[in-house]
Design a protein around this ligand. Sequence first.
Ligand code: ADP
Length: 506
Amino acid sequence: MAHGIGATSTSAPPLRIMMVTSEAVPFAKVGGLADVVPALAAKLARRGHDVRIVMPRYADAARNGAAPLSGALGVPMAHEEFWTEVLESRLENAGYPVTVYLVEHLELFGKSAIYARPGDGGSNEDLLRFAVLSRAAFQICRKLNWSPDIMHAHDWPTALVPVYLRTVETKPPFTETAGVFSIHNLGYQGVFELGQLHRLALDTGDRGREALEFYGRINSLKGGILCADMVTTVSPSYAEEIQQPEFGFGLDGVLRSRSNELYGILNGIDKELWDPSTDPLLPANFNADDLSGKLACKTALQQRFEFPANPKTPLVGMIARLVDQKGLAELLEPHYGCLPGVLAEPDVQMVVLGTGDPRHEQRLQELAQRYPNLAYESAFDEPLAHLIEAGSDFFLMPSRYEPCGLNQMYSLRYGSIPVATHTGGLRDTVIDADDPSGEGTGFLFASSTPTEIYHAVERAVRVYRTQPQRFAEMRLRGMRTEFGWDRAAQSYEQLYMRALQRRMRH
Ligand code: ADP
């Protein structure tokens, strides 16, 4: 059994926490991970902890006024030493100090994008890049003479942090450091050729090698799961689901073996960045007591995409990485996907924002040409994302699986009612319209199939047209739902304390 971790008011003593990540805004972002790490770090700092972040400095990342730590930092790997420079920067929006160490190395991080091959690794180059990053986190602590209570790693790129902590980094200042590993998406595991193991500097003892090996290959995620003192994922439902074969991506057995140390903690959202009453990216602001600004946003969105600016036409928004996980095949695959069926109803408008799989991008372009009620923008566009959340009536999220999902929380806050799969974090944050509690905030469907997606959109549009009062109440309930980081930060705090206790016992 996986468990959620209840937040109580008991507070932990001030801890020294080192987060290690491949992404964090404003320095580098591909997905939700980049939002989560700095938001959590800032909230923990506000609660009195000394929180620092280690991440790479990628090719296109601005130096942001970052100052170099004095002297180069050597990172010893198996056969060579990587000489890096470390820049010290700060999270600006936090209001509380979170120091960010950007590891600079031209060959490793300065030439390619965040991931040499997007997705789940597979490029041996990425194995080495992130192994050096993980090892650099320890070297930085040494250089600073800073002994962390917790090293908290995120997803496969930094899964080697708990592996090193358990195997080669056992001496001071790490003798009492506990390792926490968070899985933000089990679908990306960092799988590499076994022959690359020798590059990882795991030369003392076989424990790390054993933890990393999976069916004749390196599986980074498996190493992190087995070596961390505590393992978390980003929603209670997802913590349950990943222990089952259907959602376990082959690692369900490994996760079941850690079920006593596996917790689901729902992500929060940045309530300042995503606040419709102050959002500077919107043409008009609004809140649950005064929705007039929302209509202005809808009109602006309709005008931007040259739709008839009819306030009564239901407008469906979607913002996603265009990958199969997000239900794109079920929407778009020729002779299978349901989107043409949805768009055949001319008095429904839809705006899709996203980049990703070229096959999905191309199909969206084709459909947008064929259906005047579909607009597709192939871009990563933060301001447009805000306008879509604010200007749409519904937000479509037909994910096959969803560890937590941020967009449905943004959309609830912006009064755009989610139409989403009953899975993972979606089911932990959205209450179905027909829920016996009468507290519905969205339209959920059991699984991401074309038929179910189609019927859910139809159900949502029917309520919009025929039960405006019910629609309005649902929207207000969603807008008033609380998704801040306070509760999550308290839960992490408790988890860190448990990790430390476990570390002392082992
Ligand atoms: P995931 O992490 O799986 O991509 P989430 O819903 O957790 O999904 O987070 C996605 C984040 O990335 C959200 O902040 C979302 O608004 C943002 N995002 C995704 N695609 C785009 C895009 N094309 N333009 C702007 N923001 C985007």
